[in-house]
Design a binder for this molecule. Structure first.
Ligand code: SF4
Length: 109
């Protein structure tokens, strides 16, 4: 198979006179890709099968149960990365509390 068969596939095939159409198409492709990646790890979140309140305890409440669940979650790293990237302020994400995530961001942990 050669690369020059027919129309090129992907964003490069969507050029317009001013080029903005192509940029819009590329942005749309990236959005779809990010959505797919997000959906992928969130679909496998162990907490989705449990009591969500355990992950958002009252101030001073126990985080033990949520962290126990997180420790067995296959998407723990994705979850923590998402929380850090999106600056999630509340709840247990990736097995870490708000305070622990703040400390991690500051390089204390
Ligand atoms: S690591 Fe914890 S909070 Fe994150 S998806 Fe898994 S169970 Fe849920």
């Amino acid at each position: 198979m050669t690369l020059d068969q027919g129309e090129p596939a992907g964003p490069a095939s969507r050029t317009t006179a001013n080029g903005f159409g192509q940029l819009t198409a590329v942005a749309s492709d990236f959005e779809a890709l990010f959505d797919a990646v997000e959906d992928e790890w969130q679909d496998r979140a162990l907490c989705a099968q449990t009591d969500p309140e355990a992950f958002f305890p009252e101030k001073g409440g126990s985080t033990r149960e949520a962290k126990r669940i997180c420790s067995g979650c296959e998407v723990k790293a994705d979850c923590l990365e998402y929380a850090l990237h999106n600056d999630e302020r509340f709840g247990i994400w990736g097995g870490m509390s708000e305070r622990e995530r703040r400390r991690l961001k500051r390089g204390i942990i």
